[in-house]
Design a protein around this ligand. Structure first.
Ligand SMILES: [Zn+2]
Ligand SMILES: [Zn+2]
Length: 340
């Protein structure tokens, strides 16, 4: 099969590889659409903690079951699927409590232990492979993973109808959070970023207001938007240094902050606002089966349409160009998809 291999940092190229064979309770998936994620970019730059070259990167995908291994019970050849790209042990205290994202013995797709989806084929355990409803196109199927990560953050924050939210960062995760907040009955949402084209996209997806934080006055906008009270909930969806502080300053007393972003280094935060205001600061890591199930339902019911996030559709052999665009921000990109 053809695969896009990240040989070493900043060195990515196509290679002919042996098509993997599905082991017991595994399926072989022919990849139809696969998304380039921020974590692939961290791997490309050589800064990711566990996506370390040489690897086949990629973990956001949809495709068709090509072959099944022994003991596969629920899936068959020809099924349209997406994959939750983590295995978990099923036995530790976290797995038993339904928090498999915190499992102490798990493996991620797109690492040396489990080759990723920037290839014609990828294997996956049956237990983390989900049927894609007929009315959900492959491109939307490849967005289920980032939507599930966003759903997890929305659930971590305990978001309720009638609340007002601020989303910091209008990349794929921030915009996915916006879509899910609208679906949850939030009454108002401000989205911030430093790139205008992303803010325009946020507005077209239903953001009530947007603020370019490099030019606009965020505190004034939030105060105006919330009648001086501050927002109920904030999401830090980009790993930029000041955003957590900005989040603490945007909230009302007793508000919550969910943080699905990854930061490159330590932060310096004035903790007085969150202590004085009793803010809950909630880390949010990946997703669980429940997040996948909810997102698949939201897509198949037509409640959420994530396709406007897709700015690039490329064949896999343009991966080198795609990584370079993402790295240098040389084009307006939110979600880039490869269609192998
Ligand atoms: Zn991802
Ligand atoms: Zn476990």
């Amino acid at each position: 099969m053809k695969a896009c291999v990240l040989n070493k940092p900043y060195d990515v190229g196509m290679a002919e590889m042996k098509t993997p064979t599905p082991g017991p309770r595994e399926v072989l998936v022919r990849v139809k659409a696969t998304g380039l994620c921020g974590s692939d970019l961290h791997a490309y730059r050589g800064t990711h903690k566990f996506r370390i070259p040489p690897i086949i990167s990629g973990h956001e995908l949809a495709g068709v079951v090509e072959k099944i291994g022994d003991d596969v019970r629920l899936l068959k050849e020809g099924d349209r699927v997406t994959v939750e790209p983590w295995t978990h042990c099923g036995r530790c205290e976290f797995c038993i409590a339904g928090r498999s994202n915190l499992c102490t013995d798990k493996v991620a797709m797109g690492t040396a232990d489990w080759s990723g989806s920037f290839a014609e084929y990828v294997t996956a355990p049956e237990e983390v492979t989900y049927l894609l409803p007929e009315n959900v196109p492959f491109e939307a199927g490849a967005l289920i993973e980032p939507l599930a990560a966003s759903m997890h953050a929305v659930r971590r924050a305990g978001t309720r109808p009638g609340e007002r939210a601020v989303v910091f960062g209008a990349g794929a995760i921030g915009l996915s959070i916006l879509l899910l907040l609208k679906a949850c009955g939030i009454v108002g949402c401000i989205v911030t970023d430093i790139e205008d084209f992303k803010l325009q996209l946020a507005e077209s997806l239903g953001a009530d207001r947007t603020v370019n934080t490099s030019t606009g006055d965020l505190s004034e906008e939030i105060s105006d938007f919330t009648g001086g009270r501050g927002a109920d909930v904030a999401f830090v969806a980009a790993g930029a240094g000041r955003l957590l502080q900005d989040a603490t300053l945007s909230l009302k007393r007793g508000g919550r902050i969910a943080v699905p972003a990854i930061f490159d280094g330590p932060l310096s935060v004035d903790m007085f606002p969150p202590v004085f205001g009793e803010h809950d600061i909630l880390g949010s890591w990946s997703y669980t089966k429940k997040d996948f199930d909810i997102v698949i339902d939201l897509l198949s019911s037509g409640t959420v349409d994530p396709l406007p996030l897709v700015t690039h559709r490329l064949p896999l052999n343009e991966a080198k160009r795609a990584f370079s665009i993402a790295d240098k921000r040389s084009e307006n990109a939110v979600k880039m998809l490869f269609l192998p």
